[in-house]
Design a protein around this ligand. Structure first.
Ligand code: CP
Ligand code: NVA
Length: 306
């Protein structure tokens, strides 16, 4: 078992299923047994270089429910990589805390944090990936479908950090991942090639959303301009206009299809209100499962360091 949770494909298929089983277990456990406090007297440092609603609240509430205390360190508190080096922050935080969760811009910084920390580090999103999100997403799909067999996930939108973690997952369990994005907005070539050469899952890149969504079990989208790209938002809206997830797209799959979004959504832009609020939309189950999936990850990391 790795010390840190940085990329989904750092883990084996068996470790992946152990996370999913633990997520199901802890989801029930915290409801049924409020006395279960394995993190009693433990602290989690949460370092945020970018804004957050779900990640902050799900980690803070989750760590508290397991008996520990989480500290919120916002962009103006630490100034990671600016006020102080990443390596020194890693060393200092490790002296006070039992675990570190960080949301950073530069992916290299989370690797450096992991390298110099003596306690487990959990990746709460970088410009490159968002592994906790996709663990919560696949757990949500598993809960709804009861199986991950013959799964087709179609991601419609920007080839961003969310897609990269879907690709990471595609190297651990087999499924069909189709990414429908405008030309010039494909996911990173390195990870796409790596996922394809692994040969476990089918990876398709399409520039035609209606063609891509055929037979989709899940249609997934995310904002067209991620944090740090908001000044490009207007230009992107023009380029992405045919990639909105609306009722026409949702009903052209030829089967019953779930709608998912990591949130926050820009309603009326990448997805319509009608789709977000439809009965096939599982976006709030997905949001809740951030906490359960992360609690499972933290429990397993904490156990592995003893
Ligand atoms: N999905 C997600 O990570 O949400 P936040 O940016 O609000 O944390
Ligand atoms: N791609 C989005 C995900 C937010 C959870 C971003 O990085 O802003």
């Amino acid at each position: 078992m790795k010390k840190d949770f940085l990329h989904i494909n750092d883990y084996t298929k068996d470790e992946f299923w152990a996370f999913i089983d633990r997520a199901s277990w802890i989801k029930n456990k915290i409801k049924e047994d409020p006395q279960y406090k394995p993190f009693h007297h433990k602290t989690l440092a949460m370092i945020f270089a970018k804004p957050s609603a779900r990640t902050r609240v799900s980690f803070e509430v989750g760590f508290f429910k397991l008996g520990g205390h989480a500290l919120f360190l916002g962009p103006n508190d630490i100034g990671i990589g600016k006020r102080e080096s990443v390596a020194d922050i890693a060393r200092v935080m490790s002296r006070f805390n039992d675990m570190i969760m960080a949301r950073l811009f530069d992916h290299e910084h989370i690797l450096e944090l992991s390298k110099y920390s003596s306690v487990p580090v959990v990746n709460g999103l970088t410009n490159y990936n968002h592994p906790c999100q996709i663990m919560a997403d696949i757990f949500t799909i598993y809960e709804h479908r009861k199986s991950l067999d013959d799964l087709k996930v179609v991601y419609v939108g920007d080839g961003n950090n969310i897609v990269h973690s879907w690709m990471e997952l595609s190297m651990v369990i087999p499924f069909n991942l189709t990414v429908a994005c405008p030309e010039g907005f494909s996911p990173d070539k390195g990870i796409t090639d790596q996922a394809r050469s692994k040969g476990l899952s089918t990876i398709e890149i399409s520039h035609d959303p209606f063609d891509a969504v055929k037979d989709a079990d899940v249609i997934y989208t995310d904002v067209w301009a991620s944090m740090g790209q908001k000044e490009e938002a207007e230009e992107r809206r023009k380029k992405f206009k045919n990639f909105q997830v609306n009722k026409d797209l949702m009903t052209s799959t030829g089967k019953n299809t779930y709608f998912m979004h990591c949130l926050p959504a820009e309603r009326g832009i990448e997805v319509t209100d009608e789709v977000c609020d439809a009965e096939y939309s599982i976006i709030f189950d997905e949001a809740e499962n951030r906490m359960h999936a992360q609690n499972a990850i933290m429990l397993k990391l904490m156990e592995s360091v003893g």
